[in-house]
Write a protein that binds this ligand. Structure first.
Ligand code: NAP
Length: 259
């Protein structure tokens, strides 16, 4: 299927590995010129080289912390008029809410709520003026079904979800859609860091924790970043212009609800 986005420009945040990289790779496979960001420059450059070699597309890099004003300014300087914006950043740490002070809450809200909102603000008017835009925010299945140990994520991402629900209805008449992609369990370093944390608190080996979690997923496996990326690329396609303001779970059937 031709997604109709060859030649478009995408800014993909936090994309040297994991889900962000999956999105960048899928967009590049569909002919999009991508700019990827991450904090660790060597890994970022290596990822860009691999994506470029695999797809033949131009892949630019911006090293920096996307949750800071400087990091966002650098990303927007490298890709000032993106047609596609993929908002992503590291997730907040797990823990007990009694341990978190104001600074930890502000950090989670900055990374997982305010940063994507500021990047939307910086790019959405240009997209509307040009008559095409696709914004995808990588959030979490925790927005639909909270994960007890991830209170910072449950809270901060819900703030973004509420904002997007309003703005996404104001941009779609200009062919600019804004949607949230909600990953369940995907086989990335972040997922395995969570298992390591659970192993410490339960005394079980991390592999046993992982096996227990996997057994609860109807698909009986973790998701792959490349299949997450393919779904993201479809949401960014020309064909997806009538999908906006949605929270789309991709979780192997883990969410147990009917709706
Ligand atoms: P990952 O494999 O650990 O990859 C994270 C990527 O983001 C890396 O490229 C990392 O590079 C970059 N990054 C992290 N913080 C950054 C920052 N402040 N500025 C710029 N780049 C940054 O993580 P992932 O599993 O893909 O997770 C991506 C997002 O999805 C996270 O918010 C996570 O909480 C959420 N999520 C993941 C899952 C899952 O199962 N994997 C489930 C639900 C939600 P550097 O470290 O070099 O910056």
């Amino acid at each position: 299927m031709d997604l109709g986005i060859a030649g478009k420009r995408a800014l993909v945040c936090a994309a040297s590995k994991g889900l962000g990289r999956g999105c960048a790779s899928a967009l590049a496979r569909n002919g999009v010129d991508v700019t990827i960001t991450a904090r660790t420059e060597a890994a970022l450059r290596a990822a860009a080289d691999e994506i470029a070699a695999a797809t033949g597309q131009k892949v630019s890099v911006v090293a920096g912390d996307i949750t800071t004003a400087d990091g966002r300014a650098a990303a927007l300087a490298a890709c000032p008029e993106p047609d596609i914006l993929i908002n992503n950043a590291g997730g907040p740490p797990p823990g007990d809410f009694r341990e978190w002070d104001e600074a930890e809450w502000l950090s989670a809200c900055t990374a997982n709520m305010i940063t994507p909102i500021l990047l939307i603000k910086a790019t959405v008017d240009g997209m509307m003026a040009r008559g095409f835009g696709r914004i995808v925010n990588i959030t979490s299945s925790s927005v639909k079904a909270p994960i007890a140990s991830l209170g910072l994520s449950n809270g901060a991402r819900s703030g973004l979800t509420g904002f997007v629900a309003g703005i996404a209805r104001q941009t779609v008449e200009h062919n600019v859609t804004i949607n949230n992609l909600l990953p369940g369990r995907f086989d990335t370093d972040r997922l395995h860091a969570g298992f390591a944390h659970a192993a410490k608190t339960t005394g079980q080996p991390a592999a046993a924790v992982a096996a227990g979690v996997m057994a609860q997923i109807p698909a009986k496996r973790f998701g792959r970043p490349d299949e997450f990326g393919e779904f993201c690329a479809f949401l960014c396609s020309a064909q997806a212009g009538y999908i906006t303001g949605q929270n789309l779970l991709i979780d192997g059937g883990a969410y147990p609800g009917t709706y």
